[in-house]
Design a protein around this ligand. Structure first.
Ligand SMILES: [Zn+2]
Length: 172
């Protein structure tokens, strides 16, 4: 990347070393917006039943941030909070659209976990870690080869092995 001429101009004061811009995100309806300072602490995939249910998804991918580096920049009053006394966890979500916004655990009081999918850009951490991988669901997509579905543009599918066998059988 080339610098702007402005930056090289000797008549201008040199800029201080640019700090990375915060990573920002939002809920589905856009009423709640937030940001964290980057890089995030860490990122991981969470396969636990609690996170599956809270997200309505096969697993949840989180970015962990220190609470002091996390800011709700808009729509704080839209946040609803569900506290689960049994697991000592609290999950906040947008009361308008239901998007999960953050997840806190009593045992990590200084951290807040934010769904990776809500960020529009990079967070400085890749989700290289897995929690409860033994709970990975058999219906989770794990990168199997996909082929176009005839007659449904834009739809691809994982051709079932059974079908393949019957097709093979049909050839003879
Ligand atoms: Zn919302």
């Amino acid at each position: 990347m080339f610098r702007d001429d402005d930056e090289l101009s000797p008549t201008k004061k040199p800029k201080p070393v640019a700090l990375a811009k915060p990573a920002s995100g939002q809920c589905l309806c856009g009423k709640v917006r937030f940001e964290i300072d980057v890089p995030a602490r860490w990122a991981w995939h969470d396969h636990t039943q609690a996170s599956r249910r809270a997200h309505g998804a096969v697993y949840a991918t989180y970015v962990g941030s220190w609470k002091k580096r996390f800011r709700i920049t808009q729509g704080e009053s839209e946040l609803s909070r569900y506290e689960d006394p049994k697991s000592k966890t609290a999950r906040s979500f947008c009361a308008n659209c239901g998007t999960p916004i953050c997840y806190e655990r009593a045992r990590s009081p200084h951290m807040v976990n934010i769904p990776r999918a809500l960020f529009s850009g990079r967070t400085g951490r890749q989700p290289l870690y897995h929690i409860a991988i033994e709970e990975l669901q058999e219906w989770a997509y794990t990168g199997e080869p996909l082929v176009p579905l005839k007659g449904y543009p834009g739809v691809v599918w994982q051709r079932s092995k059974k079908k393949k066998r019957s097709e093979r059988e049909g050839m003879f």
